[in-house]
Design a protein around this ligand. Structure first.
Ligand code: NDP
Length: 284
């Protein structure tokens, strides 16, 4: 019997990327699934992105993750992009179909899956407030809109960025997406079902930072979710838990977006518990 010593390759391309823990999670999944696949974390400067994508084709790699600063720039080098990635305007995952490289965005999808599986919440018909208007917020707002959220309020410090994003995504998805400028503490209104922190406030090493919110009229059932994956228990989530509110951490989104990407590459269901544990250890 002939033996196959070659490994299938996937990579994470970014700059900076050395502290990105995705590889730990994906390699743990490959090992658990018994796959001879490797996930490489590779620093690629903006000026080298085109060459790197040519390299993905030349090496027959199965796909890649893209992180800062490549999520938008990579689109120009792909054969096509998925409809929701086109709406979001950014690609975090590339998969290969034959000779074609296809751009996907799994961030918002991972958030939604975590919402369903880890928090038991279906966003259909719900009122959501999303803090932030950067890449993570765009992905989350888009997927909430596509999943039928009744109303999404984007709250952001930079008016231009927040207003522009809310108006564009409302137009493109047909959903009710409004904007409010973030001045002082944002007062949560009664009736909000879901609060999402999609800013980088609270991200390591700034672990004592807390998005300025006034819990004001928060309903007892409001789910408080944080996109910040490190630390998993942010100050926002600690406060929410102290108030007796249900919470969902950023590890959930990170693991599920990775699981969705892994399935796109390998066709196999990802071992999410193994992936989450690998990340917990990496962040410990
Ligand atoms: P961006 O840089 O694109 O956006 C950052 C956002 O945070 C902007 O809306 C910015 O507001 C806001 N912000 C930053 N600092 C402050 C502050 N001091 N006060 C008010 N607003 C502030 O980042 P990303 O969208 O890529 O990432 C955001 C977070 O999401 C990060 O913590 C990242 O780790 C996390 N993330 C998690 C993922 C997961 O799988 N769990 C996946 C992707 C991201 P302004 O526009 O005013 O500057």
């Amino acid at each position: 019997m002939t033996r196959d010593f070659s490994a299938e390759l996937v990579a994470c391309l970014g700059d900076p990327v050395r502290e990105n823990p995705t590889g730990v999670m994906v390699e743990a999944a490959f090992a658990a699934l018994g796959l001879n696949w490797r996930y490489l974390t590779i620093e690629v400067s903006a000026s080298r992105l085109r060459d790197a994508v040519v390299g993905i084709r030349a090496l027959g790699m199965r796909g890649a993750n893209l992180t800062i600063p490549h999520k938008v720039a990579v689109i120009a080098h792909l054969d096509r992009i998925a409809p929701d990635a086109a709406l979001i305007g950014a690609v975090n995952t590339v998969r290969r179909e034959g000779d074609q490289l296809i751009g996907e965005n799994t961030d918002g999808k991972g958030f939604l899956r975590g919402l369903h599986l880890d928090a038991g919440v279906d966003p259909r018909g719900k009122q959501a407030v999303v803090l932030g208007a950067g890449g993570a917020a765009r992905a989350i707002v888009t997927e909430l809109a596509l999943a039928g959220a009744a109303d999404i309020l984007v709250v952001n410090r930079s008016i231009e960025r927040g207003e522009g994003m809310a108006a564009e995504l409302a137009r493109k998805t047909g959903a009710s997406i409004r904007f409010e400028a973030w001045r002082g503490a944002y007062r949560i209104a009664r009736g909000v079902d879901l609060l999402v922190n999609a800013t980088s406030i609270g991200l390591y090493p700034d672990v004592d930072a807390m998005p300025p919110v006034d819990w004001g009229g928060a309903s007892d059932h409001m789910l408080v979710s944080d996109a910040v994956p490190n630390p998993p228990e942010t100050r926002l989530l600690r406060e929410a838990r102290g108030l007796g509110l249900p919470v969902l951490d950023g590890l959930s989104m990170l693991v599920h977006q990775g699981a969705i990407g892994l399935r796109m590459w390998t066709g196999q269901d990802a071992p999410v518990d193994v992936m989450k544990e690998a990340l917990r250890q990496a962040f410990a």
